[in-house]
Design a protein around this ligand. Sequence first.
Ligand code: SAM
Length: 234
Amino acid sequence: MKVLIACEQSGIVREAFKKVGIEAWSCDILPSEIYSSKHYQGDVLDILDDRWDMMIAHPPCTHLAVSGARWFKDKVKEQKEAIDFFMKLVNAPIPKICVENPISIMSTKYRKPDQIIQPWMFGHGETKATCLWLKGLPKLNPTNIVDGRDNNVHKGCGFGWNTIECKKARSKTFQGIADAMVDQWGSLEIREDNGGVGQWESTPPREGDVGGSNPPTVKERENSGSSLCNEVKK
Ligand SMILES: C[S@@+](CC[C@H](N)C(=O)[O-])C[C@H]1O[C@@H](n2cnc3c(N)ncnc32)[C@H](O)[C@@H]1O
């Protein structure tokens, strides 16, 4: 099984998959915060066709989140680009897809999310409503419901709301959510009765989903000179 974590610079979800022996690659235009040879630094749209089994994507929400609605009128072009980017991820030729975003205009521009999760459902006493749009994946079950309901997202980071570092800190995936994804989705088996060609044994994909292809082997990548083999220099 090969998993693509799209738009992840923190390495949190990638490392959670790695811990249980699943091959996972992160991709971001920024370098990975945790050094890894399995980070592709570049545009994720360039590697969507690389025959992944699963993708978990965290596209930027700056021009989509309803919390920024008062600025929408000034950023029509940026918003259109953000919508197009989101839709390219959601329509990628990958059998299992989770696209994550806060409460955003994608609920009307695309469709309502399959579920809305909160960090407090996964062991973190905080609120941060997070929408998941799922294709071929079951809903994520809460793993550890805790009491706290702090809203840290709007508290800032102590070093400037609009700095890159603060944006990175605010957008990091919660470890409990990453672990739940690995536990619940990483254990889905690929059927082996199709010559090893990956077809998943869980909920059937929705109409329009593409299934049944394996990601490339390391050898295939080497032969094709795929950019995925590029290592990110620290
Ligand atoms: C909302 S943040 C998600 C952060 C993620 N949850 C993490 O833990 O690292 C969106 C990320 O998308 C990245 N990004 C934006 N455009 C991209 C592109 N075309 N290809 C890959 N990554 C992109 C940004 O650099 C940013 O790190």
